[in-house]
Design a protein around this ligand. Structure first.
Ligand code: UDP
Ligand code: MG
Length: 317
């Protein structure tokens, strides 16, 4: 019989001192059950990736590590955001596990789905996406804005898995493929579907945060969405181009109107149409410049090729 796989669970943690003791207890229990059922190796572990937290998070992780060294940790020197904290964690466990599972530290995403993910992995899936079957416990506002976020991305040509956040299992091979992406504007949900290995989906119910509060207000979600779109798709530029093309046709009609007014001797009345076109075109040009600016901004950051994170401390023994 094949040896059961070593599974690592990666938790990005930003100011999660309140939730980590509960979260790690729940996850260790889950690992113990999976070990008992001989589904995973007893060398499976949890890695907490501390994203430059301002509270006691790192001390909490240190204490947890002393109590049980299956809880490991890395600490980023600065707050680099969920995606970078997650990537730092994944790149730390690479080659130290057969598959990694990323899950938010607040356990809003049902950890029980891990059992099914592991089974899918054993059956040959290399990427298993956790997909929310309902968002009943999210507020109406969070739910609506989140759905608007997915639809808008789809419209703008960015393909992501609907209602999948960053709760997923990735095999070691998938992690290696992910490590080939050198971009510093990270949008994992866009990159991972491009990796293209055998995938599976596991559905689960999304719950309330066990403690603390959300670090993803609308403003962060919006900037995340714009980031995703401009990192993966040139569609916004194409939309502007199409609008410009249509306006060119409209301009012909406007020109005809101006000429007719001119030859009928009522030129003063042309003022209204002139003002209208100036305002309309002015705003369009500004929009166009804004979008081109987004891409130039991206190029600017990419060419600098800065390291995406710096690991400050590490608990690895
Ligand atoms: N997180 C992080 N860095 C940040 C913000 C959030 O590592 O700058 C982590 C956070 O600790 C949590 C996960 O990302 O584990 C999701 O954040 P949160 O639960 O606040 O977002 P929500 O579920 O409300 O979208
Ligand atoms: Mg959450």
């Amino acid at each position: 019989m094949k040896k059961p796989p070593i599974i690592s669970i990666v938790l990005p943690c930003y100011n999660e001192a309140l939730v980590l003791p509960t979260t790690t207890t729940v996850l260790l229990n889950l690992l113990d059950n999976l070990i008992k059922d001989n589904l995973i190796s007893s060398s499976s572990y949890i890695l907490c990736s501390n994203d430059g937290s301002k509270d006691e998070t790192w001390n909490v992780i240190k204490n947890l590590h002393v109590k049980d060294n299956r809880i490991k940790g890395i600490s980023l020197a600065h707050n680099k955001g969920h995606q970078n904290a997650l990537l730092a964690g994944l790149m730390t466990v690479i080659d130290n596990c057969d598959a990694s599972i990323s899950i938010d530290a607040d356990l809003q995403d049902d950890p029980q789905a891990i059992v099914q993910m592991v089974k899918e992995f054993i059956n040959g899936a290399e990427i298993v996406y956790g997909v929310r079957s309902s968002r009943a416990t999210d507020t109406w506002f969070k739910r609506t804005t989140a759905h608007a976020f997915y639809s808008f991305q789809q419209l703008m040509g960015l393909n992501t898995i609907y209602d999948h956040a960053d709760y997923r299992l990735m095999s070691n091979r998938a992690l290696h493929l992910l490590s080939e992406y050198g971009e510093s504007n990270l949008f994992l949900r866009g990159i991972i579907p491009q990796i293209g290995l055998t995938t599976a989906i596991v559905k689960y119910e999304r719950k309330e945060r066990i403690a603390g509060e959300s670090k993803y207000p609308l403003s962060k979600m919006l900037s995340f969405s714009i980031d995703g779109i401009t990192s993966f798709s040139a569609k916004p530029m194409r939309v502007i181009f199409m609008v410009g093309l249509i306006l060119l046709l409209v301009d012909i009609a406007v020109a005809m109107y101006v000429f007719i007014s001119y030859f009928s001797g009522t030129t003063i009345s042309g003022w209204a149409s002139l003002m209208l076109s100036i305002w309309f075109l002015g705003s369009l040009i500004l929009m166009g410049i804004g979008i081109v600016g987004e891409y130039i901004g991206k190029i600017f950051i990419e060419v600098k090729q800065r390291p995406r994170y710096a690991i400050k401390d590490s608990l690895w023994d």
